[in-house]
Structure formats: structure tokens, C-alpha cells
Design a binder for this molecule. Structure first.
Ligand code: DOR
Ligand code: ZN
Length: 348
């Protein structure tokens, strides 16, 4: 339902999220649980979540850290971290668990805590086969790690070198191309079958790569895949607002401490959970596509994963809300997206 200053939609879910672990959980989870009913929890912890047992323990820590009002309602959807040595037998266990919903493929060295990721995807073919059989989706960080490939081309080259082959070799496998950043990725998803989808972040639709160098180097705009040129940003907005059921919301909100971002070798990741749905409302509003927001944020994700749609509603209001310079993050601080600025939409 749209009205010019108010929008009521089915409560959304976040299909790609990093909440870290231990002391950091309680700082970031309220932002997510205030907005979303479910979130796909990325497994790239310092000690990656490689087994159903580790996923169960991580899930317990997440639930423990949730505020009391969300403990019974927020549902963390767990994932496993694929390695060259993942045992195919873990996939059946994952499906039987009822709480592990996907397996994440990080090419080794591609991003934060990915050193134990996959260096040889062919060694994982038995696992992918089992996933196709059990209906467990493969979530893909789609970038090659070859240092000779320009960082702005890594997604496109990954499509050519890996992803097209995987989609062809495993036609039954559900694949989510995560945080897509290029027109090439949009095209691949559009032309593939119905079991290939993609998440799109708000930051890749709000910023182009100039934001990395706006008057000086901007570590808080550094994420992976790195921001791309304007033509790609426009292609992402077009895909997200098209109503195509293959595209859905995944914030890839990725908190790091202020000092590890503002560093000679700063970490990749942008924290957006404080505006987890509001930033998308702003994008869809600007694209005159608010009527498509509910599909993208609340329907396409659960439909793809084979989960029920949420039943509750949320209200989004066109009202400016100031964003603090920092949020507490464990015993440190995290600098949020658009720190010191404003959200243009608010919830409630
Ligand atoms: O920017 C990113 N941050 N991209 C990723 O792929 C990982 C994430 C993180 O965990 O910090
Ligand atoms: Zn991520």
C-alpha cells in the first residue's frame, strides 16, 4: 500500500548479514531485529562456522544476545562456510537441522576471514551435488582473487571463470549471487533459470566508486566487492526495482571497529543495519518504485528459499532521522553508513 509519506509493507527479512560474535552481538543485533524478522547469518567468523554443530552453537549465542522482546520472534537463519574439506555428509545434517539454510562459498582470500575458504571448487563438487539434492542453496561471494585481475573486474571475471560453469554443471542447485555490483551480474541472473537469484545491498545502489575518493580517501566506503562505476549502480537499481522475483534484499551490513577501518590497511565492510530497510525505501522512492519495495524486501527472498512470507506489517514514514557519528560496538565503536547525516525514511 502506498501513500506519499507512508508505506505499509509486510515485515522484511535480511538475506545477507554479518553480526560477528561474542561481545559484538548485542551491539548490532537490535538494529536488525527491530526491522527484520529473519536474517541470513554469514559464517565468516574468525573461526569459521564450518559444521552444523558450530552453527548451532553460534545460533545459541545470537539468540542469547538478542533483546528480550526479540528473543522469541527473531529467527537467525544459519549458514555453513564451505572449505575444500567440507564433507558432503554435513549437507544432509544441515537440511535435517531445520536451522541451517545455506552454504557460503568464499573464494580463499577474497574478503574478511576468508583464508580458510575454497581454493579449489572442483574439490567441492560432491558437496554441491548433495546441496542440489537436499535443496540447500549455495551463496556465492563472486570475485576472483587473482592479483593480476583488476579489482573492479573481479566480479565479471568470476562470472566467466567460475559461476557460469557451476550453474551449467549443477542445474538443480539453488544459487544466490550475493551482493551483486555489476550490470554483468544482473545480466547473468536474469538469463539464468529460476533457481539463480541475487541479493543487492543498499550501499551499492546509493554510492558509486567516486565515494571512495570524495575529497580524500574514505575508508568507511570501502567494502567488497568494491563500489563500481555509475553505469553499474544504475543497473542494480533497475534490477531491484524491476519487480523481478530473482532479486532480493541483503544488506551485507558488515561492522568493523572504528580503528580497524581507519587504518593504513583498513578492513572491508560497511555498517548499514541502523537503516536496514529505510535506505532501501529511499532508493525505491527516488526511483519512483515504492510499490515494488515489498516484493524485493519481503516476498522474493522467502519465496526463493522456500520459506513462508512474514505475516506482520511495518510502517515506513518519510521522516528524517539523524544518524550518530558512531555506535557502541562491544567495548569499541563502529562508524555507521552516513555517520553524522540522516536517514530520509523512518520505521514506525
Ligand atoms: O565488505 C565486506 N565485508 N565484504 C565481504 O565480503 C565481507 C564483509 C565482512 O565480513 O566484513
Ligand atoms: Zn557479506
Amino acid at each position: 500500500m502506498t501513500a506519499s509519506n507512508k508505506l505499509i509493507i509486510t515485515r522484511p527479512d535480511d538475506w545477507h548479514l554479518h553480526v560477528r560474535d561474542h561481545k559484538f552481538l548485542s551491539s548490532v543485533l537490535p538494529h536488525t531485529a527491530d526491522r527484520f524478522t529473519r536474517a541470513i547469518m554469514m559464517p565468516n567468523l574468525v573461526e569459521p562456522v564450518t559444521t552444523v554443530k558450530l552453527a548451532s552453537e553460534y545460533r545459541d549465542r545470537i539468540i542469547d544476545a538478542l533483546p528480550a522482546i526479540h528473543k522469541l520472534t527473531f529467527d537467525p537463519l544459519m549458514t555453513l562456510y564451505l572449505t575444500n574439506r567440507t564433507n558432503a555428509s554435513e549437507i544432509k545434517k544441515a537440511r535435517e537441522s531445520g536451522f541451517v539454510h545455506a552454504v557460503k562459498w568464499y573464494p580463499a582470500g577474497a574478503t574478511t576471514n576468508s583464508s580458510k575458504g575454497v581454493s579449489d571448487i572442483v574439490a567441492c563438487y560432491d558437496v554441491l551435488e548433495a546441496m542440489a539434492e537436499e535443496g540447500i542453496p549455495l551463496l556465492v561471494h563472486g570475485e576472483v582473487t587473482d592479483p593480476n585481475v583488476d579489482i573492479f573486474d573481479r566480479e565479471r571475471v568470476f562470472i566467466e571463470q567460475f559461476l557460469e560453469g557451476i550453474i551449467k554443471n549443477f542445474p538443480e542447485l539453488k544459487v544466490v549471487f550475493e551482493h551483486i555490483t555489476t550490470a554483468d551480474a544482473v545480466k547473468l541472473v536474469e538469463k539464468s533459470g529460476p533457481n539463480v537469484g541475487a541479493t543487492i545491498t543498499a550501499h551499492h545502489m546509493l554510492l558509486n566508486r567516486n565515494a571512495l575518493f570524495q575529497g580524500g580517501i574514505r575508508p568507511h566506503h570501502y567494502c567488497l566487492p568494491v563500489l563500481k562505476r555509475e553505469t553499474h549502480r544504475k543497473a542494480l537499481i533497475k534490477a531491484a526495482t524491476s519487480g523481478n522475483k530473482k532479486f532480493f534484499l541483503g544488506t551485507d551490513s558488515a561492522p568493523h571497529t572504528k580503528h580497524t577501518k581507519e587504518n593504513a590497511c583498513g578492513c572491508a565492510g560497511i555498517y548499514t543495519s541502523h537503516g536496514g530497510i529505510e535506505l532501501y525505501a529511499e532508493i525505491f522512492d527516488k526511483a519512483e518504485a515504492l510499490d515494488k519495495l515489498e516484493k524485493f524486501a519481503s516476498f522474493n527472498g522467502p519465496d526463493f528459499y522456500g520459506l513462508p512470507r512474514n505475516r506482520e506489517k511495518i510502517t515506513l514514514t518519510r521522516k528524517k532521522v539523524p544518524i550518530p557519528e558512531v555506535f557502541p560496538f562491544g567495548d569499541e565503536e563502529c562508524v555507521p553508513f552516513r555517520a553524522g547525516g540522516e536517514l530520509l525514511w523512518s520505521i514506525g
